[in-house]
Write a protein that binds this ligand. Structure first.
Ligand code: AMP
Length: 144
């Protein structure tokens, strides 16, 4: 199963912020959209980083409420691990586990953003797969 299947199900919308967006505004965007991370994009929509709720919690714990006035570029992760639509979901799961992050942006051949896969999407996908396997097994046993 590939990442394309997940994007076909959930859509290809990507929640983005610009590097100068304040951390406070990023909090509002995350809360409003009920998501855990924003891709930070610069000129021509190129990805320059990712900021997740975890980065915000870390910044708040370090400098307190003053963190809310900082630009997201000050707290984002710049080395972003990405995947392509053709990648297998199992490999993306492995990347998330070894890198200890819960979001993987999906990019095309030119590096353009075409979606985001979260740990929630991966778990949902895996549960559906397990359910289908269980049904197939049950049918096989009943028919045998
Ligand atoms: P998360 O679990 O996605 O909330 O992120 C945990 C930490 O990993 C935060 O510092 C994020 O900025 C960072 N992070 C999230 N996704 C990625 C990714 N795909 N590549 C690299 N770092 C990431």
């Amino acid at each position: 199963m590939t990442v394309r299947l997940i994007l076909d199900g959930k859509g290809r919308e990507v929640a983005t912020a610009s590097p100068s967006t304040s951390v406070g505004e990023a909090c509002r965007m995350l809360a409003q959209r009920r998501i855990g991370a924003l891709l930070v994009t610069g000129a021509q929509g190129r990805m320059t980083g990712i900021v997740s709720e975890r980065d915000i919690v870390k910044a708040l714990s370090e400098v307190g409420a003053a963190a809310l006035d900082k630009p997201v570029s000050a707290i984002m992760t710049r080395e972003v691990v990405t995947c392509s639509e053709a990648d297998h979901v199992a490999d993306v799961m492995r990347q998330m586990t070894s890198g200890k992050f819960r979001h993987v942006p999906v990019v095309d051949e030119t590096g353009g953003l075409i979606g985001v896969v979260s740990i929630g999407d991966v778990v949902k996908h895996r549960l559906n797969e397990l359910e289908a396997e269980t049904h197939a097994m049950r049918d096989y046993i009943v028919m045998a």
